[in-house]
Design a protein around this ligand. Structure first.
Ligand SMILES: [Fe+2]
Ligand SMILES: [Fe+2]
Length: 215
């Protein structure tokens, strides 16, 4: 590119030099602002690859929980425990909502949602009571996953993700408590048919959770 030496006064330039000088100035400005814009774009993207990958992994974990509860529901249906099956089916829908909450969060932060295959859940259980025991273990596992994700977001200074994940931390406290309470009831009733039928009826009365908009 033709450049006019900086010491040449504008008045003493030829027309051609003036044109070239103006052109260089405009190109320089465009390059400068172009670079700033690029940096600005990077900034508004905010979620770095590490955080995005971890959130995508958690979407997969929540979808696996969704699949797993659905499998437990199918088992309960098979054992004629319709109330328990209903409870598990609603829980499966809640897990889907958790996955979608993270899905929407990635989109709103200009991240990329990358869906992966969902692993096959367990199909056979020792008993209906065992499905709830497995549900509790699964919730405890998800709590660990959320804690690790929170720690990673904290280390990466992904502050918006931290706020979003606080909802999940609270949710896990509730999920674990609910599952633990049901496991305890199964433990109390043991094999008493009348008490089991009562418990099945109680679990069958579960209502769907009100839809919560993503934060
Ligand atoms: Fe969940
Ligand atoms: Fe859960």
């Amino acid at each position: 590119m033709f450049r006019v030496p900086f010491f040449v006064r504008r008045e003493s330039m030829t027309d051609g030099q003036r044109t070239a000088n103006s052109y260089n100035f405009i190109v320089g400005q465009a390059q400068f602002y172009g670079r700033s814009l690029e940096r600005w774009d990077m900034k508004i993207m905010m979620l770095n690859e590490v955080v995005q990958d971890a959130i995508n992994e958690q979407i997969n974990n929540e979808l696996f929980a969704m699949y797993s509860y659905l499998s437990m529901s199918a088992y309960c249906e098979h054992k004629q425990f319709r109330g328990c099956a209903h409870w598990m089916r609603l829980q499966s829908q809640e897990e889907y909502a958790h996955a979608m909450r993270l899905y929407d969060f990635l989109i709103v932060r200009q991240g990329r949602v990358k869906l992966r295959p969902i692993a096959q859940p367990e199909i056979d259980f020792a008993s209906v009571a065992d499905t709830f025991q497995k549900a509790l273990a699964q919730e405890q596992n998800v709590t660990q996953q959320i804690n690790s994700l929170y720690e990673l977001a904290f280390n990466e200074k992904a502050f918006a993700a931290l706020v979003e994940l606080e909802w999940f931390i609270n949710e896990q406290v509730e999920e674990e408590k609910t599952a633990r309470d049901i496991v305890y009831k199964f433990h109390l009733v043991k094999d008493d048919p009348a008490a089991l039928l009562d418990l099945d009826r109680e679990l069958g009365a579960r209502q769907p959770a009100p839809a919560t908009a993503p934060a």
